[in-house]
Write a protein that binds this ligand. Sequence first.
Ligand SMILES: NC(=O)c1ccc[n+]([C@@H]2O[C@H](COP(=O)([O-])OP(=O)(O)OC[C@H]3O[C@@H](n4cnc5c(N)ncnc54)[C@H](OP(=O)(O)O)[C@@H]3O)[C@@H](O)[C@H]2O)c1
Length: 255
Amino acid sequence: MSTYEGLVAVLGANGGTGREVVSRLRHHGVAVRAIARSEAKLAAFAEQSIETAVADVRDPASLEKALAGARAVINCVGTRVGFANAGKGVADFFGFGDDGADAVDNRGTANLLDAMKRVGAEQIVIVTSMLINQPLNPFSLMMKPFGDILTMKDKAEKAVRASGLRYTIVRPGGLTNQPPFQKGVKVAPADALSSGSISRADVAEVCAQALWTETAYGKTLEIVSDDTAPVSDWKAFFAPIPLDAAAAQAATAGA
Ligand SMILES: NC(=O)c1ccc[n+]([C@@H]2O[C@H](COP(=O)([O-])OP(=O)(O)OC[C@H]3O[C@@H](n4cnc5c(N)ncnc54)[C@H](OP(=O)(O)O)[C@@H]3O)[C@@H](O)[C@H]2O)c1
């Protein structure tokens, strides 16, 4: 039997974290649909008989089509800036172009939430970033000219919290490609961490567990690796993080 009943759509499935999320969901026996911006980017999934769909978060119609039948979404989409866009022009280099942080991280998330509601999806786990709401941190200042990306992710988070959908917001530190489960994961409330890194595979496992672990719902959490043992009790892992204000109010009203 699957750990989670229903289809989970993974946005940004061809990215570093997205690929790991698809892999962890399959490990847990969950039905997955990998979503990326072109068939070519989905070829490796199709070869493994993984369900696929094409969508761009800037295109609401493509999202609605790609999400049909999904119960949940794990969103690993993120714009790239700087030398990752070398040769594409100044606007793309600085993340202010049609493919920049406002279009993708901010408005793209709003499009995604709207599409989820239209197709009846009920739950989202979104990967954003540590340092949102820490504008004076040197790294935040360094990123500011690049599409104001942390502000755009902040806007995306606010839209998720206001969406009425069940959600978990996962803010990782710097991402690495280290193998999974070599280390423990330090988890902290929003705005508590300002340094550290974590492997994309470990982020992926946190996202997967957040789907079916109730103590993760309605929360914003920050994660980095630490030198403790790998996580074994996920209910206890998420439990100390407080509910976001709106989720706490809703819980009080419903009590
Ligand atoms: N890098 C870090 O150290 C770091 C730290 C903290 C948080 N984060 C955040 O963590 C998340 C995952 O990071 P990552 O490094 O694993 O990401 P990544 O490898 O750069 O992958 C991002 C994915 O987003 C997709 N994407 C971009 N624009 C899109 C659009 N308009 N519509 C649909 N998909 C789109 C890309 O698709 P294509 O394959 O088509 O380009 C790619 O698959 C991102 O949100 C990132 O900002 C990163």
